[in-house]
Design a binder for this molecule. Structure first.
Ligand SMILES: [Zn+2]
Length: 334
């Protein structure tokens, strides 16, 4: 038995047919992009893709996020037939049609937003999540249309809507059509407000451009994960434009909370119970939080605990990956 086999749990030490594995099974380790610790994948999974060493919230896919957020049984995908359309026959370095097909092939998704109908502690709701790996989570016709139709279902059935966003902004290959989605999604959110149907927005790293300027910051309650970056233009563009150095932590969740741009920072492992408690108050739905222990003060009164245990983060090396403008999404993600 090799040294690596000795330190591995028995379940991953051998192949299914009983043959001893002579090398590290593929994908068993993961490096944290922030603290660079090499992490054992099952530990990371258990911690909902939050680094156990430095608490960095790693990027996760839309389906994984929704599967973790919703109750285990009874959820189903909705509006899966909405597909992107290349109405302008757009071409830059590549044809938009080709960009779409390669994003579809790489992610297995039709576009960058996934919608599910499900329950949270038995409370029926519609949950949406952006798939950042699909064209930088950019918003074109398909994303805007899916969000809007999901909101209409929530309105008709008077059930809450939750959206986990991660996006570089509007999709420039759809030009005006993508910008129209900002107006379209904002309008339906306003209808929800007028009719008293709750909409909660959860911002996950990163949120920029037209998505931050529309649906991501228009929630009745705007939540962000710790240390997530959110803004319209990226910090480099702003610094070049105003020719001033920006303060430390600019556009991070903690900075946004301090300056009143968002309402709460919630740790990923606390997302389910926290959103559950908020929705219980907003809908008068009697919620029983059976899975996670609830702090006593969270059941009475309006205090919802904020998980702000992430230290002020230095600028991470991955900051350069952030699309600086909504437009850069178009050519920067492939
Ligand atoms: Zn880490």
């Amino acid at each position: 038995m090799s040294w690596i086999d000795k330190i591995l749990p028995s379940g991953v030490r051998s192949d299914a047919d009983g043959k001893s594995s002579s090398s590290v099974p593929e994908g068993l380790w993961r490096k944290c992009v922030k603290c660079e610790a090499v992490l054992f994948l099952p530990d990371v999974e258990r911690n909902e893709d939050v680094c156990p060493k430095c608490d960095h919230h790693m990027r996760i896919g839309a389906r994984k996020r929704l599967a973790r957020f919703l109750d285990e049984s009874g959820s189903e995908e909705i509006l899966a037939d909405i597909e992107p359309v290349d109405r302008l026959k757009f071409k830059d370095k590549k044809r938009y049609r080709d960009r779409l097909s390669s994003a579809q092939k790489n992610t297995g998704e039709k576009d960058a937003l996934i919608a599910m109908r499900g329950t949270l502690y038995s409370l029926p709701l519609i949950a949406l999540a952006f798939e950042f790996e699909f064209h930088g989570g950019s918003m074109g016709y398909a994303v805007g249309e899916k969000f809007t139709r999901a909101a209409h279902i929530a309105l008709e059935e008077r059930i809450p809507l939750i959206c986990f966003s991660a996006s570089g902004g509007a999709r420039m290959q759809e030009a005006l059509i993508s910008l129209m989605q900002m107006a379209k999604t904002s309008a339906v959110i306003e209808r929800m407000k007028l009719q008293g149907v709750p909409y909660i927005s959860v911002m996950t790293d990163p949120i920029y451009g037209g998505v931050s300027a529309s649906l991501a910051l228009l929630g009745d309650i705007n939540i962000a994960e710790p240390d997530a970056r959110a803004g319209f233009a990226g910090p480099n563009i702003i610094e070049q434009t105003i020719r001033q150095k920006l303060p430390k932590g600019f556009q991070r969740s903690e900075f946004l909370l301090e300056h009143g741009a968002i309402d709460m920072i919630v740790h990923r492992t606390e997302m389910r119970p926290t959103v559950g408690r908020l929705l219980s108050k907003l809908t008068q739905f009697p919620l029983t939080l059976v899975e996670e222990p609830v702090p006593e003060d969270a059941q009475e009164g309006d205090a919802v605990p904020e998980a702000t245990n992430t230290p002020e983060a230095p600028e991470t090396p991955e900051a350069s990956e952030t699309p600086e403008t909504p437009e850069s999404v178009a050519s920067g993600d492939e």
